[in-house]
Every structure is written in C-alpha cells, then in structure tokens.
Design a protein around this ligand. Structure first.
Ligand code: IPE
Ligand code: IPE
Ligand code: MG
Length: 255
C-alpha cells in the first residue's frame, strides 16, 4: 500500500516535471562531471568500486533519457588525467568499466541510434579499454542520434596544451599565419571541435569546482551543482537541472 502510494507520488511528480520542461528549449549539449561514487559506496559500507559499478548503470539511464529529451550531445567525465593518482586496484577497476559498459549496452546504444565518441589522451589507457572503445566508435559512427562523448583520461589543460602544440606546428609549416589565429580557429583544435560548447554543465556530489574539465568550452556554460552522488542521479535529477537551465537568463555579456 505504502509502496503504491510512493509510486503514485513519484509518477505524479514525473508528469508534472515533464509538463514544466520546455521540450523546445532543451540544451543541445550537456556535460556532466559524474562525481561521488566513492562516497556513495562508503555511506553504504561498501568498497569504492561498488560505487563505480553502480555509477555505470546510471550512465545507461541518463543516456537513454537525454536521448529521449532530444539532447544532441552528452559529454561524461569518466576519468581525469589526475585520477591516475588513485590506488592501482581502483584505477584498474575503473579502466575495465568502458569495456563492461559497452559489452552490456552497445547493442542497446546502436538500437537507440547513439553515436559513441571519446575525448582525452589515448596514451596510457589499457589496450583492452581502447579496443572496446574503438569498436563502439566504429560501430556507431553512422548513427545520427545522441552523441555520447566519454571524457576518458581527459584533462582540459592537456587538451589546450595539445591544441597549442598542434597549432604551433601548423604555423611553423606555414599552413596557418599567426595573424589568422582567432577564437574560432583555436576552438577547431579542441577535441570537441565538431560538438560545440555545452549549454549546461552538471556536477554531482556537492563539490563546487571544475577539476580540469572543459575549461575552454565552459566559458559561457550554465553551471549546475547538486549534492546528489552520481549513483543516485536519476531522470528526475536530469530534468531538475534542465528546468533550472531553462529558468536562467543567458545574456552572454549583453543586457
Ligand atoms: C567519480 O566518483 C568517479 C571518478 C572520478 C572516476 P569518485 O570516485 O570521485 O567519488 P568520490 O568523489 O570519491 O566520492
Ligand atoms: C572529477 O572528479 C573527475 C571525474 C568525475 C572523472 P574527481 O573526484 O577526480 O575530482 P576532485 O578530486 O574532487 O577534484
Ligand atoms: Mg570525486
């Protein structure tokens, strides 16, 4: 009985939120710093890796819902260039997740017309992880639905450094003149060059920082922080973030 009541309240809330959400003004590109897996597990007396495992299941749900809402690109911060500092067993566990995720969900992603991509430094990632990711990219490259972009071994300063290095080489070669360097050109050297900047950034777990994530791309992004740990993130949390985004006045320096 109580369960029924709880479910009823839940579905009423869902209906209400779906009505409030303006489907024509859903952000094109949402980026998420999926944080709090370790604390989620600790709170339950479980090892940190249990939080990462649970977090993987949430990725699936969020991808599905973002796709249904008409989001064009979803960038998920999965592993940072700083995360190598963690204990080796934890790093190894996290590095096995892309393979596990894709083994389980790739058929579903293909069916849902999702296009898988990655940003980040390929060097350093284990061969089996790269293989799984490459296969997913290859098998979904012609899909036209949601772009699911995993930031894997990603660091924004690394990305910017690489962009500058590449750009310098092109200047040296003479294919670009120093006078022609502008924001658009620099943007084209970023790993997100064909996705565009996120309109909305979500960070879970109560931390209010960017942790070396998309520093160039987030210049005018709406930032939304929640105390919810990533494994507890739900459809409703995503809609809450989008609703808040829709309430904000974006001026881009204008009036
Ligand atoms: C996010 O959760 C996952 C990764 C950074 C890989 P954390 O593992 O950072 O969880 P907390 O922040 O320690 O709770
Ligand atoms: C950021 O979370 C990286 C990812 C979510 C992949 P961290 O947990 O690594 O960030 P800090 O240590 O709190 O800055
Ligand atoms: Mg963390």
């Amino acid at each position: 009985m109580l369960n029924k009541l709880v479910n009823l309240t839940k579905s009423n809330k869902e209906t209400k939120d779906s009505i409030e959400l303006d489907r024509s003004r859903v952000p094109n590109h949402i980026a998420i710093i999926m944080d709090g897996n370790g604390r989620w597990a600790k709170k339950r007396g479980l090892p940190r890796i249990a939080g990462h495992r649970e977090g993987m299941k949430v990725v699936r749900k969020v991808v599905k819902h973002a796709n249904e809402l008409g989001v064009h690109a979803l960038t998920l911060y999965a592993f940072s260039t700083e995360n190598w500092k963690r204990p080796k067993p934890e790093v190894e566990f996290i590095m096995k997740l892309p393979e596990q995720f894709l083994l389980t969900y790739l058929p579903e992603l293909i069916k849902e017309n999702v296009q898988v991509r990655t940003i980040g430094q390929r060097e350093g990632i284990p061969a089996y992880t790269q293989k799984a990711v490459n296969e997913a990219i290859e098998r979904t490259k012609h899909n036209s639905g949601l772009v699911l972009n995993f930031a894997l071994n990603y660091g924004s300063r690394y990305e910017i450094t690489e962009a500058v290095r590449q750009l310098s080489k092109d200047v040296e070669k003479g294919t670009i003149r120093a006078e022609d360097v502008n924001e658009k050109l620099i943007g084209s050297y970023m790993m997100t060059n064909d996705i565009g900047d996120p309109e909305l950034l979500i960070r879970t777990s109560g931390e209010i920082r960017l942790s070396n994530f998309m520093l160039w791309q987030l210049a005018y992004t709406e930032l939304w922080f929640t105390d919810v740990y990533w494994p507890d993130f739900s459809k409703e949390t995503l809609e809450e973030a989008i609703l808040e985004y829709q309430r904000r006045g974006r001026r881009f320096g204008g009036v």
